[in-house]
Design a binder for this molecule. Structure first.
Ligand code: AMP
Length: 452
C-alpha cells in the first residue's frame, strides 16, 4: 500500500524537557542480583585443583580397598535422622533443614549419610549380596549451624561404610583407608581414638558422669549445663576452655566398658600397631551422634589455625543402627572425611598439587572460515590425544599469539581463509618463530612427530 505523501510543514519545536531520573530511581530500576544464601558458598575454578585431587585420592582408595560407589538422595524422611542420629543431638535439635513437601511428608536435607546407607541397605535387600557390603559415596551434606571458617551449611563428605562385618579388622581397614586418604593428600594429621562400648556400658558410665559433674555444674558453659540433663556424653567434647579444664579429671569411659567391648578395642589397636599407624587414645572422643557403638575416632590437622574446626573426619562403628531402622541385626562401621576442611588444611599446610597437564598446541584462527576450520582441527587434535588451548572468541591474531606465548605453548597451528582454500595449516614454532605449511590431512601425524 502506498502511503500518501504529505507536504505539511513541520514547525520546529523544542523537545519537551525530560527530567533526568534521579540516581536513586536509576538504582531502583537496576535488577538486583539474588544473594548467596548464608552459610552456602561457591567453589570457584581456582580451588578446583584441590577438590579434584581429593576426589582422585578418594576414588583411588575406594578401588584399592574394594568399596563400590553408591549414589543416595540428598532428601530423606526427617524420621530417618531423628531415629538414627538421635533426638537430643545438636544435629537433629538445631541443625537440620526440615520442610514439608506438597504431599504432606516431613522431609530433611541429609545432615550426614550413614543413616541413608542403612536405609538403602535394608530397602534394596543388600544383605542378600556377599557380605560385608563395602560402599562409598561423595556428596553434599546440609547442617544449619552458625557459619564460620571451616563450617558451612552445605559441605561435602566422602563416606566409606563396611556393612555386615563385626570384626575389628573392618574398623582397622576403615582407619587405614582414612589415614591414607589424608597422608596421600600430603597432610600432616593426628588420629584420636576411643571406644564408647555398648548402650548398656554407656548408660552405666553416664550415671557416673552426671554424678561427677553435678558438683561442678557452675563452671560449665550454658550449653553444657543443658547437656548435663539431655545428653551428658556431649559434655566430653565441648570446645569451651572452661569446660575443657573441668573435663580433665572426669571419669573415663574405658573404665566402664564390658569385656567384649574392651577386647574389640584392644584388637583394633593391635591392627593399628601392626600397620604402624600412630594414634592418641583420647577418652573424650564420643562423637555427636547417637548411633555409634564401640570404636569411635577422629582425624585432626596438625597445627590448624582454628582449633575449634580442626576435625577432618569422624568415624566409628554402629552395630545396632540397621536393626533400629527395621533391618536384621547387622554390624557395621564407617568414616566420613570432610572435603571442605581437607582443602583448608591442604592450603594451610602448603601442599603442592600434581601439576595440571600443560597445553602442547594452541589452535589459532583468522576470519570466519578460518574459525570454522579451526574448531574442526581442534577436535581432530583432541581425538589424537593432544593437550590443547585456544582463544576462539578473539579475532586478532596478535592477541591469540600473545595468549599462546603467555602460556608457554610450544606450537601454534594457524588457519586463515587462505589455508582453508588451500587445505593447509600453518605450524608456527613459538621458540624459533619458524613457520611451515602442512597439508590439513597430514597435520595430526606431523604434530605427533614433533612430540616424539
Ligand atoms: P560428622 O558427620 O559430624 O562426624 O562430621 C564428619 C566431618 O565432616 C567433620 O570432621 C568435618 O570435616 C566435616 N563437617 C561436619 N560438619 C561440617 C560443616 N558444617 N562444615 C564443614 N565441614 C563439616
Amino acid at each position: 500500500m502506498n502511503m500518501p505523501k504529505k507536504a505539511t510543514q513541520v514547525k520546529e519545536t523544542k523537545p519537551p524537557k525530560v527530567k533526568a531520573p534521579a540516581a536513586e530511581d536509576q538504582a531502583k530500576k537496576k535488577p538486583k542480583t539474588p544473594q548467596l544464601v548464608r552459610g552456602m558458598r561457591d567453589i570457584l575454578p581456582e580451588d578446583q585443583p584441590y577438590w579434584r585431587r581429593c576426589y582422585e585420592v578418594a576414588q583411588k582408595l575406594a578401588d584399592e580397598f574394594g568399596f563400590e560407589r553408591i549414589e543416595l538422595p540428598v532428601v530423606e524422611p526427617e524420621e530417618l535422622f531423628v531415629r538414627s542420629v538421635g533426638k537430643t543431638t545438636d544435629i537433629v535439635e538445631k541443625e537440620m533443614y526440615v520442610f514439608e513437601d506438597s504431599e504432606g511428608g516431613k522431609l530433611a536435607l541429609r545432615p550426614e549419610a550413614t543413616a541413608s546407607f542403612c536405609r538403602s541397605y535394608i530397602a534394596n535387600g543388600l544383605m542378600s549380596r556377599p557380605q560385608p557390603q563395602k560402599l562409598w559415596l561423595w556428596g553434599p551434606m546440609f547442617r544449619h549451624d552458625r557459619p564460620q571458617a571451616g563450617r558451612y551449611r552445605q559441605f561435602f563428605q566422602a563416606d566409606y561404610e563396611v556393612i555386615g562385618d563385626a570384626s575389628p579388622v573392618a574398623d582397622a581397614q576403615v582407619i587405614l583407608l582414612t589415614y591414607l586418604f589424608f597422608t596421600e593428600l600430603g597432610l600432616n594429621v593426628e588420629m584420636h581414638i576411643n571406644s564408647i562400648g555398648s548402650p548398656e556400658d554407656r548408660s552405666r558410665y553416664k550415671m557416673e558422669l552426671v554424678q561427677w559433674y553435678r558438683t561442678r555444674k557452675k563452671g560449665l558453659c550454658e550449653n553444657c549445663q543443658k547437656r548435663l540433663v539431655r545428653n551428658p556424653l556431649r559434655l566430653l567434647d565441648c570446645k569451651e576452655p572452661g569446660c575443657a579444664e573441668i573435663r580433665k579429671d572426669a571419669p573415663q569411659i574405658l573404665d566402664w566398658l564390658s569385656t567384649e567391648a574392651k577386647e574389640h578395642f584392644m584388637h583394633v589397636l593391635e591392627y593399628l600397631d601392626e600397620l604402624g599407624i600412630p594414634y592418641f587414645l583420647d577418652p573424650f572422643i564420643v562423637r555427636g551422634l547417637d548411633y555409634y557403638t564401640k570404636t569411635v575416632f577422629e582425624f585432626v590437622a596438625v597445627g590448624a589455625q582454628d582449633k575449634a574446626q580442626i576435625a577432618l573426619c569422624g568415624g566409628g562403628r554402629y552395630d545396632l543402627l540397621i536393626e533400629q531402622l527395621g533391618g536384621k541385626p547387622t554390624p557395621a562401621c564407617g568414616v566420613a572425611p570432610g572435603i571442605d576442611r581437607a582443602v583448608i588444611a591442604m592450603k594451610e599446610q602448603n601442599v603442592t598439587l600434581p601439576p595440571a597437564p600443560k597445553p602442547q598446541i594452541f589452535v589459532a584462527q583468522l576470519g570466519e572460515q578460518g574459525r570454522r576450520r579451526a574448531l574442526a582441527l581442534y577436535n581432530r587434535l583432541r581425538e589424537a590425544g593432544f593437550v590443547l588451548a585456544e582463544s576462539f572468541a578473539k579475532d586478532s591474531l596478535k592477541t591469540q599469539l600473545d595468549n599462546a606465548n603467555q602460556k608457554g605453548i610450544p606450537y601454534v597451528l594457524l588457519v586463515g581463509q587462505r589455508e582453508v582454500m588451500d587445505n593447509t595449516v600453518i605450524i608456527r614454532d613459538m621458540e624459533s618463530g619458524n613457520q611451515e605449511i602442512v597439508d590439513y590431512q597430514k597435520i595430526v601425524n606431523e604434530m605427533k612427530k614433533k612430540f616424539k
